[in-house]
Every structure is written in structure tokens, then in C-alpha cells.
Design a protein around this ligand. Structure first.
Ligand code: ATP
Ligand code: MG
Length: 207
């Protein structure tokens, strides 16, 4: 009997991808003994209607560039190629179809994003379909996360382990800060891979 494959899934806007994302994915891979981590750049995220994000193809390309040298990182086009708004549950179900039943999915997010997910479409079904991995972000209070969860979901965190909290090296990097730095002409060196900094510069993104 073949053992169950452990697939990490990291969704995000990746506008642009940065070392916070990459370190988190790598930590999840090693701490949770994942076979691979699949990065899933979003199409049009329903919760980010307020700001125009960069063209999905460019965000996808940046993720591909940033993950190219890591053998256990892959990039997926599922959300980019699906028309309409992107919902996490639809993505998870689509991946389950592609990878089959012999795969456990570990959906990796920042601890802050977990709260967002649980306010999205069908949080209970997300927990049926996969493990949620909450990577602690600098300054994030886990008790706050627990208290903010609805009681029936908090129970799953404590009891059946469907929500896994992962401690990652502190990194207060965010795409918002990187865009702001580029806009105001400050350095983004050591916050994003070199190839990403060059790609942003070459194409004049975020100016
Ligand atoms: P923005 O500032 O535009 O919201 P972001 O830096 O939060 O961008 P996203 O693409 O929104 O990046 O995030 C994708 C996923 O990565 C989310 O689950 C988010 O919580 C997580 N994440 C983002 N930055 C970090 C970081 N520095 N450390 C750990 N996880 C992070
Ligand atoms: Mg974010």
C-alpha cells in the first residue's frame, strides 16, 4: 500500500512574493514532513477588491522565478486559470481531484490570514477537506487567534488537530511594505530574492 502523500498548499496574492512566504513554506515542508509545497497565486481574490493587484500572469511568473531553485516547491495555475472570484474551498476541491484521495492537503497561511479564511465561504468544509497550518507572524498573539475563533472551530484546534500552529523564524516582511518601498525608491534587497528585485525593476512594477 502506497503511503499518503503530504501536500503543502500556500495560497496568496504574491504581489510580490517575498522571503516571508518562502521561509514559511520551507519551514512547513521540514517541520510537517511534507512531500512538496504548491504555491497557488490567486486570480481575483474576493477580499482584495479594494486594490488593483498586478496582472496574475506577472504574479505567477514571480512565484515561478522565486521557487525555481527549490526542488520541493511547485507553482499552480488553478486559481489563475479559473474564471471569476477565487475561493479557497474551490481550490482545495480542485486540487483533491487532481491529486486523488491518497493525498493529505496542508493549507499554509499566516496566523492572521487564518481568521480571514474562517470568515470566508464554508469554513467548516475547508476543515473537512484539509489541515490548516497557521504560521505565526511577528507580533501575533495566538491566544487572540484562539479567542477570535468560533467555539466549534476552536474545539477542532485543540482536539482533532485540524488546525496546526507552526512557529517560523520571525519575519515582518509584507508585500504591502515592499510595494511601498519600491514606490518611494527604497531598497528591497534581502527582502525578496535577487531575481524578483530585478524583475520588478526591469518591468517598472509598483512605481
Ligand atoms: P499584502 O501585504 O499585500 O497583504 P502579504 O505579504 O500578506 O501581502 P499575501 O500574498 O497576502 O502576502 O500572503 C499570502 C500568505 O502568506 C498569507 O497566508 C499570509 O498570511 C502569509 N504571509 C505573508 N507574509 C508573511 C510573513 N512575513 N511570514 C509568514 N507568513 C506570511
Ligand atoms: Mg496579506
Amino acid at each position: 500500500m502506497r503511503r499518503v502523500r503530504r501536500l503543502g498548499v500556500m495560497g496568496g496574492t504574491f504581489d510580490p512574493i517575498h522571503y516571508g512566504h518562502l521561509v514559511t513554506a520551507e519551514e512547513a515542508w521540514s517541520q510537517l514532513h511534507l512531500d512538496e509545497v504548491l504555491f497557488v497565486p490567486s486570480g481575483r481574490p474576493p477580499h482584495k477588491k479594494d486594490r488593483e493587484s498586478l496582472d496574475p500572469e506577472y504574479r505567477y511568473l514571480m512565484v515561478a522565478i522565486a521557487t525555481a531553485e527549490n526542488r520541493h516547491f511547485q507553482v499552480s495555475r488553478v486559481e489563475i486559470d479559473r474564471p471569476g472570484l477565487s475561493y479557497t474551498i474551490d481550490t482545495i476541491e480542485e486540487l483533491k481531484k487532481v491529486y486523488g484521495t491518497k493525498t493529505d492537503i496542508f493549507f499554509i497561511t499566516g496566523a492572521d490570514a487564518i481568521l480571514e479564511i474562517l470568515t470566508w465561504k464554508e469554513p467548516e468544509r475547508i476543515l473537512e477537506e484539509c489541515y490548516l497550518v497557521a504560521a505565526t507572524r511577528p507580533g501575533y498573539d495566538l491566544d487572540k487567534l484562539k479567542k477570535a475563533l468560533p467555539p466549534r472551530i476552536r474545539k477542532r484546534m485543540d482536539k482533532d488537530g485540524r488546525i496546526i500552529v507552526l512557529e517560523i523564524p520571525s519575519l515582518s516582511i509584507s508585500s504591502t511594505d515592499i510595494r511601498e518601498r519600491v514606490r518611494t525608491g527604497r531598497s528591497i534587497k534581502y527582502l525578496v530574492p535577487e531575481g524578483i528585485a530585478e524583475f520588478i525593476e526591469k518591468n517598472g512594477f509598483y512605481r
